[in-house]
Design a protein around this ligand. Structure first.
Ligand SMILES: O=C(O)CCC(=O)C(=O)O
Ligand SMILES: [Fe+2]
Length: 357
């Protein structure tokens, strides 16, 4: 292998990445990681990943001059993307450790709207709240469903050998058996949507009774128009900046794609970690952000939409959802939020859906 890998990045380690052949490219870097995530970490990981990608692209070019030039062009392209990813999330990373204890106890489940039941009122002044939790046996069933989805996607894309490998490892060990699969193709938006029969099975689970009590009769949105209610999954590998997105409001996706909001309906988003460590790879949300005006620019990067804030993201405070596996957080469609880059040693797996009521 051309490069030493950036390995075992965890909460407080000292890590080096060395380059066997391209020392002159300043590709020796040391990362001192102080907190579980911080701005510097995001930035350095962004650069290091760009370097790894560039080197991997150039590795098979036989001529040394051409190899150097291939590496240079991939490095600069990738660097822009990776650095953009890292930089736009510095704000979130830097402040995600603010204690949210009071906030999570703030709104009792009897009062999801602090007033009239509208999309804008959901979650009161904070804009989100901890929702119901799956029963242990339901959580196990959800794990099986998500594992099956990954296995199925691997089979479709790469055949039975890749599928068997993914099936053989526990869900949270996905990152150890996915070398042979194209992760970005495995988990395109449509690849992340669960099949109708699985959604129907999950809709029978206890958490949906609580959501029904909270918002009244609901269906789950199908903004991609696939023909059935949607529950989508994510698998976020350790230390892969490209597996997490940008701080955003979910309403921005609907605006960007011009998805019509069904007439007279309200939207509320729900997120749940299925394999998760709240502090190392959970979800961060900005209290009160649904009440403010934020402008943004959207750019389609192919596998994801890059949202660039046209406001001072550094002035926005984020808190971590402290929920354990199987616990939900329900949030206002205007709440700014972002998935944390995974600094744990397991794959983070989560689901999300939109209640329409
Ligand atoms: O899980 C993530 O990384 C992001 C989740 C998210 O954006 C959502 O649930 O709306
Ligand atoms: Fe989101």
């Amino acid at each position: 292998m051309l490069l030493g890998r950036l390995t075992h990045l965890n909460a407080s380690g000292f890590h080096t990445m060395s380059c066997a052949r391209y020392r002159s490219w300043e590709c020796r870097c040391a990362l001192q990681v102080g907190g579980s995530e911080n701005a510097l970490t995001g930035l350095l990981i962004g650069r290091s990943l760009a370097l790894l990608h560039a080197a991997e692209h150039a590795e098979h070019v036989p001529d040394p001059v051409e190899r150097r030039s291939a590496m240079r062009s991939h490095w600069s392209e990738d660097c822009v993307v990776q650095q953009g990813l890292a930089e736009s999330r510095q704000g979130a990373f830097a402040r995600a450790d603010i204690s949210g204890e009071q906030i999570w106890n703030h709104t009792p489940p009897a009062d999801w709207f602090a007033g009239i039941r509208t999309e804008e009122n959901f979650g009161g002044d904070v804009g989100f709240l901890a929702g119901p939790k799956l029963k242990p046996d339901e959580l196990e069933r959800v794990r099986k469903i998500l594992h099956r989805r990954l296995t199925y996607n691997a089979y479709n894309l790469h055949g039975s050998q890749a599928a068997e490998l993914i099936e053989s490892a526990p869900l949270h060990q996905y990152h150890t058996v996915c070398d042979g699969v194209d992760h970005s193709k495995m988990l395109t938006k449509t690849g992340r949507i669960l099949p109708k029969s699985d959604v129907e099975e999950m809709l029978q689970m206890s958490i949906f009774d609580t959501f029904r009590e909270a918002v009244g009769d609901f269906s789950l949105s199908d903004e991609d128009n696939i023909g059935h209610q949607q529950i989508t999954m994510r698998a976020t590998r350790p230390n892969m900046l490209q597996d997490v997105g940008f701080p955003h409001r979910d309403s921005w996706f609907w605006d960007y794609y011009s998805w019509p909001v069904p007439e007279g309906k309200n939207r509320t988003k729900v997120w749940m970690g299925v394999e998760v460590n709240a502090a190392q790879n959970g979800l961060s949300l900005a209290p009160g952000s649904h009440k403010r005006d934020y402008d943004f620019e959207a750019e389609n990067l192919g596998t994801k939409i890059k949202f660039t804030p046209k406001f001072d993201i550094d002035a926005v405070e984020f808190v971590n959802f402290p929920g354990d596996e199987g616990e939900t957080v329900a949030f206002n469609y205007g709440t700014l939020h972002v998935g944390r880059m995974n600094t744990a040693e397991k794959t983070r797996v989560s689901i999300e859906f939109t209640l329409l009521y």
